[in-house]
Design a protein around this ligand. Structure first.
Ligand code: CUO
Length: 840
């Protein structure tokens, strides 16, 4: 379906009129002294989604100059009057012209109730979302796109609108540099205690004018508002309810929608990324559980047994002013049959789909929809299984393998009202933005991981030759954190403040600050000594962390421990012949994004429209990474024994150079999210080298190590204190930027490498001095920089605008390799699996 703008319906003989019509928006812009600004328009669209669009939005007072018929029928008369009246006062700072185009019939979307909750896990909702995304994506120009969005925004369900609009903003070539506000701002009700709104309303109405607005108190969100420690699962609330973690999960699913236009869904290794991102979530959660003296999460095995985990979210839906449903312990899933959502889920179907998945894994091949079978005992198998499990639109055979993971979310989320007799909607586990709050999420995904793991057990084990990097030896790994003994991580609580006013649709306006507590760790750096017996070359450094002991406080068996390694960092180094000393700062991690990137106020400090492409790129970073404050598990006050693993591999064979080395905006947190418009950087299977069973004889981590690896015992020491970064000079912060100074050096910088011709030099007592954030100490030479996918020289150009090339194209493309006839001669495919690497 493609909709033409109004002008294109006019005949050829009226070209002059066409030109005039096409110029109208521009003329309107000139009249108002503004030009169309997608970032302003996006922010205004997503502010106060329950409030009509003709009202001024954002601090700037943005008003859309739109045709009267775009306003919702309820306000068409009043809207025009009001909109003009706003213009008479000071409230309008920016007018955004909206083009008049011919609107198609949107009845299908309007039938979906405006006050309903929207869940992508429900097929009917998902189809609506996919259709709306397709409409947004197909609009020819950014003005047409915003015309349709403006028309729909006050007519259709706000949750549906925000989802499809956000996906389109991220993926359209003409808006991909537009930064979305975090969903915590658009729908704060999905993230913070419902009582915050009542208190916010009171503060806003009492302290409403210019002389008192700055006296509004910051609203404290206590860390223990969903339960008490009588409930053992509540020990993990700081993880499950963390704003950054839930934002990450929301963002991940926005970047990787499982339904929609083909090029948008079928990204490079998408199914495998679904596997890996969630495998890491479970690994991290289990790590935290062990730190809190709780056993690892048990997978949900029997769909007919009571679920002991309870969850009472205490969140308000905001849109309908209802509470999200709670789930007392001991409820049992039942078949779901809800006509209004066109939804039927039989538990027997879930059982059947699970059996078919496991049968395919056992046989080592899956059956495609056309009846052919496809071998999955190879590197691509996990990608096929990921799409099949979720499933995405590109499940190999949806009728046979079903809708397992999505409908398992749905069945549990409707456990309290499976047949709609109480008119209740789904609970938090039914939506990506809220699912990770509920303990049952981890039971669902532990089951999913176990099913994937069954497949990984069938794969050939890595041999020493495959793992080793000839001539490269990791001689020493040392973790240094200021003011604590070497090889110790230090964690503590921190309080941070966010402004929720964008999502508060009540008057009077003004800031609404909420302060919450979250885990944090002290900055650390890794010091790695590597000896290179060969010529100068590039190495790829993988850094993982795992617990040492199991629930019984005994050494964890390596076959289990390999599932517990969480990725901390991955980066390239330039290895000179002889000894090399590598220093890597924690803030450079390519797993995480800094806190202030998740929550930054997009109206403050944004580069001017005519700023350089680089300045805009650096502002418009990708928000998908793991939150940096949750990079290191909590540990224990006495010190939680863990092991830090470092492996240096051959970058020539393991790394995909970037296609667009100058487009830095999403480069920083590739590990769980991939890179926009690029191949997944690491050519090895995700989770390598721990994704498969260790070779025979490698029964411990120590015996698994080859010369290019090293394991270092470390301790995670939790300091039970709260650091409040709120300035105490009487002025409250306007944004979290104030609380978190800008992070430097740029996260695209490679690790600092020092070569020590004489060798043998040790680090000064107490570890490395803290890095100088203000200035990279040893930038790589210019010519060498070009080889670093992490940043390198900017091309100075804009990101590619060809939508078809976004996200790296087809699943098979892992970059150049000889085995599949797609590229150069880098031997990334393992000799043990045969030379002919045909996947199908
Ligand atoms: Cu992210 Cu089940 O896929 O929540």
């Amino acid at each position: 379906m493609r909709f033409s703008s109004f002008g294109f319906f006019v005949g050829r003989e009226t070209m002059a009129s066409i030109n005039l019509i096409l110029l109208l928006p521009l003329l309107a812009a000139i009249v108002h002294g503004q030009r169309f600004n997608s970032q302003d328009a996006c922010l205004a669209m997503l502010e106060r989604v329950n409030e009509p669009l003709f009202m001024p939005k954002c601090e700037k007072g943005i008003v859309f100059d739109m045709p009267a018929e775009y306003m919702s029928p309820r306000y068409q008369k009043a809207g025009t009057v009001l909109s003009n009246r706003f213009g008479e006062g000071n409230r309008v700072g920016v007018r955004i012209p909206i083009k008049k185009i011919q609107m198609p019939n949107f009845d299908e979307f309007m039938k979906f109730p405006r006050l309903a909750q929207f869940s992508n896990f429900i097929p009917m909702h998902r189809n609506l979302g996919a259709k709306l995304i397709a409409i947004f994506m197909e609009m020819r120009t950014v003005e047409d796109f915003f015309a349709v969005a403006t028309y729909l925004r006050d007519r259709i369900n706000p949750n549906l609108f925000v989802y499809a609009f956000s996906v389109a903003i991220m993926h359209r070539s003409d808006t991909r540099n537009v930064r979305l506000p975090p969903v915590t701002e658009t729908f704060p009700g999905k993230f913070v205690d419902g009582s915050v709104f009542m208190r916010a309303r009171e503060e806003s109405s009492v302290l409403s004018d210019a002389s008192t607005v700055n006296m509004r108190a910051t609203i404290e969100i206590p860390p223990d508002y969903t339960a008490t420690l009588l409930e053992p699962e509540h020990r993990l609330a700081y993880f499950r309810e963390d704003l950054g973690i839930n934002l990450h999960h929301w963002h991940w699913h926005l970047v990787n929608p499982f339904s929609g236009p083909r090029d948008l869904v079928q990204k490079n290794r998408r199914g495998e990324l679904f596997y890996y991102a969630h495998q890491q979530i479970i690994g991290r959660y289990d790590f935290e559980r062990l730190c809190n003296r709780l056993p690892r999460a048990a997978r949900l095995q029997n769909f007919n047994e009571p679920i002991p985990e309870a969850y009472f979210p205490k969140l308000s839906t905001q849109i309908a002013s209802r509470n999200w449903a709670s789930r007392p312990g001991g409820l049992i899933m039942r078949d779901v049959n809800r006509e209004a959502d066109q939804l039927r889920v039989d538990l027997a179907d879930l059982d059947r789909w699970r059996s078919r998945f496991l049968e395919a894994v056992q046989k080592g091949r899956v059956e495609a929809a056309n009846g052919t079978t496809i071998n999955i005992i190879n590197d691509i198998g996990i990608d096929i299984l990921g799409d099949m499990m979720e499933p995405s639109d590109y499940s190999i055979n949806r009728p046979l393998y079903g809708d397992f993971h999505n409908l398992l979310h749905v069945a549990i989320s409707l456990i309290h009202d499976p047949d709609l007799r109480h008119l209740e909607t789904f609970s938090v586990v039914g939506e990506a933005a809220t699912a990770m709050r509920d303990p049952v999420f981890y039971r669902i995904h532990s089951l999913v991981q176990e099913m994937f793991n069954q497949h990984k057990l069938t794969l050939p084990r890595y041999t020493v030759e495959q793992l080793d990097f000839q001539g490269v030896t990791v001689q020493r790994v040392e973790l240094s954190t200021p003011n604590v003994p070497v090889n110790t991580f230090q964690t503590f609580w921190q309080k941070s403040t966010v402004d929720l006013s964008r999502g508060m649709d009540f008057f009077p306006r003004g800031p609404v600050f909420a302060r919450f507590q979250h885990l944090q760790h002290t900055d650390f750096s890794l010091n790695i000594d590597v000896n290179n017996a060969g010529a100068r070359r590039q190495g790829l450094v993988r850094v993982y962390l795992a617990p040492k002991n199991d629930e019984r406080n005994r050494d964890m068996a390596f076959v289990e421990q390999r599932n517990m390694f969480i990725e901390i960092d991955k980066f390239l180094v330039d290895l000179q012949p002889g000894p090399n000393k590598i220093v890597r700062a924690s803030r450079q991690s390519t797993v995480s994004i800094p806190f202030d990137q998740s929550f930054r106020n997009l109206e403050v400090g944004r580069p001017a429209d005519n700023a350089s492409a680089n300045a805009q790129d650096n502002f418009n970073f990708c928000g998908c990474g793991w939150p940096h404050h949750m990079l290191i598990p909590k540990g224990t006050p006495e010190g939680f024994p863990s092991v830090l693993f470092v492996m240096v591999s051959n970058a020539e064979t393991d790394w995909n150079p970037r296609r667009n080395p100058g487009s830095s905006q999403c480069a920083e947190a590739s590990a769980y999210c991939g890179l926009r418009g690029e191949l997944y950087p690491d050519r090895r299977p995700m989770g390598y080298p721990f994704d498969r069973l260790p070779r025979n004889g490698a029964v411990t981590l120590q015996t698994f190590l080859t010369g290019n690896m090293r394991a270092q015992d470390v301790t995670i020491r939790f300091n039970d204190r709260i650091v409040d970064n709120t300035p105490n000079n009487g002025e409250r912060p306007r944004t979290t930027d104030v609380l978190f100074p800008p992070l430097q050096p740029a996260r695209g910088q490679p690790a600092r490498v020092q070569t020590q011709p004489g060798g043998g030099q040790t680090w000064p007592q107490g570890g490395q001095p803290q890095p100088n954030w203000g200035r990279p100490q040893q930038p790589p030479p210019r010519n060498q920089n070009q080889n670093f996918p992490w940043g390198g020289q900017s091309s100075g150009g804009r990101p590619p605008t060809d939508f078809n090339n976004l996200f790296g194209g087809d699943r098979n493309n892992r970059g150049p390799n000889p085995g599949n006839g797609r590229g150069n001669s880098n031997p990334i495919w393992f000799p043990g699996q045969g030379g002919n690497r045909r996947w199908f």
